[in-house]
Design a protein around this ligand. Sequence first.
Ligand code: NAD
Length: 360
Amino acid sequence: MTGFLDFSYESRPGRVVLRPGAAVSATPGEAEHLGLRRLLVVCGARGADTARAVAKALGPACAGLHDGARMHVPVEAADRAVEAARAAGADGCVAVGGGSSIGLGKAIALRTGLPLIAVPSTYSGSEMTDVWGLTEHGAKRTGRDPKVLPRSVVYDPELTLSLPVPLSVTSGVNAIAHAVEALYAPDTSPLVALMAEEGVRAMARALPELAAEPASLAARGRALYGAWLCGSCLGATTMGLHHKLCHVLGGTFGLPHAETHTVVLPYALAHNAPAAPDAAATVARALDADDAPTALWELAGRLGAPRSLAELGLTEADLVTAAAQAAGQAYANPRPVTADGVLTLLRAAYDGVPPTAALQ
Ligand code: NAD
């Protein structure tokens, strides 16, 4: 770090528990700590078994289970969940699952003000942010509201044992993307930089370990530790070009969330690195590498993750539209965002070529 320090940082309220078995062993205690006695448990169809175990552990403090979580929180799903919470007379909500389940819990919190406990089963990081999202008529609206920030987060490595390795890898790189963009965010700070570097390091080390031994609770726990740090970075800062681009590729072209982050991140970082050399150096140090974009690209390749937008189903004709959409919005980014610049980035990501050689 060089020059004058100039930052502001708001510490977030909320408790975090991480240990194997915590979903069942710690959630009731967290509810009690918050003074909650009638919790609605929400989940997606796939996570219903775990959610049922959490509901059972809550005993009389469980007011019902609602398995209506869907990708990107359609507004109809939010309406039904709010109805379920009201009908059950809930005084709080427990969201069990990935970003989609936590997103549904946040939608309930946004509309009703009910406190939320998050029990994440992926590395999306949503549990550490006050950002909500709702999709209506194909368009996703997002916003920030302190009401939706979970009061308590219960990380349980056992919950992630069922997360298939390919999804674990892409979800893990999705987390790394939060830390990378936090390092060059306009509202970054020394504490965020520490969390980001350690988050990238922890996740990048855990992913090969869990890919080699998917049943390793130790590796799964370290990945969740990385997800917590990276999610904290996401909650504390404003994201740049990488996240906007992934939002466009997911929203307009229906590309899958975590896979898209995994493909785009090396290219977004290679594009931004000349304007954010300290951030790129920090990521390189965390990855124990000379060049951060190359190291991220190689990590994805070694772990068998997709590395090109073509593999995800984007067509070459979509690139110009995607570049125009990503460049047509106003947001902070270390390098000025132009349609030509984004198009060059997207072409390289479409082909899946080595990022630094293509973009610098
Ligand atoms: P997700 O919740 O849709 O989960 C992805 C897939 O994994 C789903 O099919 C789900 O059923 C399955 N899954 C989840 N946990 C599993 C487990 N343990 N075992 C087996 N399968 C499991 O997606 P996600 O990647 O967790 O989150 C992405 C969503 O979250 C997006 O909608 C994104 O916009 C949102 N998000 C929001 C924020 C925020 O701050 N608001 C932050 C990050 C992501």
